[in-house]
Design a protein around this ligand. Structure first.
Ligand code: 5CA
Ligand code: ZN
Length: 491
C-alpha cells in the first residue's frame, strides 16, 4: 500500500533530494558559516555512531584503536616527497599562536601518515613488535577546491577512520591488504551497500603508495562515489621516517606498510542508495530507531490502547530492539510522515479493534506492506521482520546497482565509434572497457567521455569471477594490450 504524499523525486534531481533529506530527516545542518564544514544533528549523529560501532567492532578484531595529534609540524609533513606533492594544495595551516608567528608552521592533518610514522619509528624495535596494526577515528582537514557537498566532499572530514599497519615483509603487507579488502566488504555488506572494487590507475593512486585499491558505489544520479581506499605503502614511508626493526638474525630492516581509510561517505551512501521519495530507508542494522509504536486512538478505548502499546514497547526493549513509543499529541498521519522520513524500518500500529482482537499491525518501511501479528508473537516476529527488511533492502540495492554496470564491446569503442555509442557510454552508470596502463590513454578517455577512470576491475558485476573475464583485450585508445577497467562519472 503506497502513500500518495511524496517529498521529492529522487531520480530526477538527486542533489535537491539529498539536501532536502539531510534537513528533513535531521541528519546534517548545513547552515554553519564555513564552506565544506557542517553540523551533525543528534539523529544524524546516532546513525553515524551506529555505523561506526559496526566499523569499530570489525576493526577491533585485529587492530588497536589509538589517537594521534591533529597538528603536524611542517618539516614532518614535507618529508615524504610524493606524499606532499599530492597533498600540498589541500593543507590548512596554523601559522600563529595569538599574535606570535610560530617557529614551525603546523598543518591540520589531511591524513595522518606524517603524524603517526615518526611515532612508529620509536615504537617499533624488533620483529616481535610486528605486525603493528593501529587505527583511529578522527577529524581531518582538506582544503578541497572541487564543489563541496555534505558528507561527500568535506573540508572537515569529521569521521575519518584510518588504519595504519607495519609488517616485516612485503608479503605480510600484501596479506594485510587482502584482509582489509575482506573487512571492508563485510562492513559494506552490513550496511547493505553494493560496491565494485578496483585497483586505481598508477597515475592516480594515493600519493606515496605503491598501489591503491578502491571501493566505489553508485549514487542515484548515476555517478559513482569512492567509499573506501586501501593502499600498499611498501617501504617508501619507512625509508623516509627511518622505521626499522631488528630481524631474527639481528640485521636491521625497513618495515613494510599499508594504510586504509573510510570517511562519513559511508553514511552518505546509506542515505542515498536506500532512500526514496518518502525519505530515508534505513537498514535495520544501522537504524537509530528500528521500531516505532504508534497508537491509533480516537475513542474512549484510548487508555486500553496505550496500555497495550506500552507493554509491547517494554517487551521489545527488553529483547534488545531499538524501539520508540510515540505517544505524543500529534495525529497518527503526522507521526507516519515523520518516522517514514527518518527511515524507521518497522512501524507497529495498535488501535481499539486490534486490542479487542489481541493483535497489532506491522507496516514495513521498505515496501509499505502490512501484516497482522498476535500480541504474543511480537518479539520473534519483529526480529524476523527486521532481518527480512535488512535482506530485502540489500537485494533491492544490489539489483539496481548491477543493472547499471555495463560491458562495452571487446573490439574497442574508441575513435571510430559513432557519436551515438559514445553518448551511450557517457550516460551509463559504470562501464567496463579495455584500457592500457598509460596515463595518456587514461586522461584521453576521461576527457573525451567526460568520465573518471576508476581502475582495473578486481571485484565487479561478475563478482569474484570478474577476474577471469577481465584478462585480455586491446586498449580502446592505442590498441596495445589492456586490462578491463571500470569508468564512470564520479563524485
Ligand atoms: N591515508 C589514506 C588511507 S586512510 C587516505 O587518506 N586515503 S584517501 O585519501 O583515499 O581517503 C580515504 C577515503 O576518505 C576516500 O576513499 C574517501 O572515501 C574519503 N574521503 C577523501 N576525501 C574526502 C573528503 N574531502 N570528504 C569526505 N570523504 C573523503
Ligand atoms: Zn592505451
Amino acid at each position: 500500500m503506497k502513500k500518495e504524499e511524496t517529498i521529492l523525486q529522487k531520480g530526477n534531481n538527486f542533489s535537491e533530494w539529498y539536501n532536502e533529506i539531510l534537513k528533513r530527516a535531521e541528519i546534517l545542518d548545513v547552515r554553519y558559516p564555513v564552506k565544506g564544514v557542517y553540523v551533525w544533528y543528534p539523529y544524524g549523529y546516532k546513525l553515524r555512531n551506529l555505523i561506526y560501532t559496526i566499523l569499530r567492532s570489525l576493526m577491533d578484531k585485529e587492530h588497536e584503536e589509538a589517537q594521534f595529534p591533529l597538528l603536524i609540524p611542517k618539516d614532518e609533513l614535507m618529508k615524504e616527497k610524493e606524499h606532499i606533492k599530492g597533498f600540498e594544495e589541500e593543507v590548512f595551516w596554523v601559522t600563529k599562536g595569538g599574535s606570535t608567528e610560530l617557529d614551525v608552521p603546523l598543518a591540520l592533518r589531511p591524513t595522518s601518515e606524517t603524524a603517526i610514522y615518526p611515532v612508529f619509528k620509536v615504537w617499533i624495535r624488533s620483529h616481535r613488535d610486528l605486525p603493528l596494526r593501529i587505527y583511529q577515528i578522527v577529524n581531518t582537514f582538506r582544503y578541497e577546491t572541487k564543489h563541496t557537498r555534505p558528507l561527500i566532499r568535506l573540508r572537515e572530514i569529521t569521521s575519518f577512520k584510518e588504519a595504519h599497519t607495519a609488517h616485516a615483509s612485503q608479503m605480510d603487507a600484501v596479506e594485510q591488504i587482502k584482509k582489509a579488502v575482506a573487512l571492508y566488504k563485510n562492513f559494506f555488506d552490513l550496511l547493505a551497500i553494493p560496491y565494485v572494487i578496483t585497483r586505481r590507475p598508477e597515475w592516480d593512486k594515493f600519493p606515496g603508495a605503491e598501489y591503491s585499491i578502491a571501493f566505489d558505489t553508485l549514487m542515484p544520479d548515476g555517478k559513482t562515489m569512492q567509499i573506501a581506499t586501501i593502499h600498499l605503502l611498501g617501504e617508501s614511508f619507512a625509508r623516509t621516517f627511518d622505521i626499522k626493526y631488528e630481524d631474527k638474525d639481528g640485521s636491521p630492516k625497513y618495515v613494510n606498510q599499508t594504510c586504509y581509510g573510510i570517511s562519513e561517505r559511508c553514511v552518505a551512501a546509506v542515505i542515498s542508495v536506500h532512500g526514496e521519495e518518502h525519505g530515508l530507508v534505513l537498514p535495520p542494522e544501522v537504524a537509530p530507531i528500528q521500531v516505532v509504536i504508534v497508537p491509533i486512538v480516537y475513542s474512549s478505548e484510548g487508555a486500553e490502547v496505550e496500555k497495550v502499546c506500552f507493554a509491547v514497547y517494554e517487551e521489545l526493549k527488553r529483547a534488545g530492539v531499538r524501539v520508540f513509543f510515540d505517544n505524543s499529541d500529534e495525529r497518527p498521519g503526522a507521526k507516519y510522515y515523520k518516522w517514514e522520513m527518518k527511515g524507521v524500518p518497522l512501524r507497529i500500529e495498535v488501535g481499539p479493534r486490534d486490542v479487542r482482537n489481541n493483535r497489532c499491525e506491522f507496516i514495513k518501511r521498505n515496501d509499505f506492506t502490512r501484516m497482522q501479528v498476535p500480541l504474543g508473537d511480537v518479539v520473534p516476529e519483529v526480529k524476523e521482520t527486521l532481518k527480512a527488511i535488512q535482506d530485502c533492502v540489500h537485494e533491492r540495492a544490489k539489483e539496481t546497482f548491477f543493472a547499471n554496470i555495463y560491458k562495452s564491446g571487446d573490439s574497442g569503442v574508441g575513435k571510430d565509434k559513432s557519436e551515438g555509442e559514445m553518448e551511450e557510454l557517457r550516460r551509463r552508470g559504470i562501464v567496463s572497457i579495455f584500457l592500457c596502463e598509460s596515463e595518456r590513454c587514461g586522461r584521453e578517455v576521461e576527457e573525451r567521455l567526460g568520465v573518471n577512470v576508476l581502475g582495473e576491475v578486481i571485484y565487479g558485476a561478475g563478482g569474484e569471477n570478474e577476474e577471469k573475464e577481465k584478462s585480455e583485450g586491446k586498449c580502446m585508445i592505442c590498441s596495445r594490450k589492456a586490462k578491463r577497467v571500470y569508468i564512470a562519472r564520479a563524485y
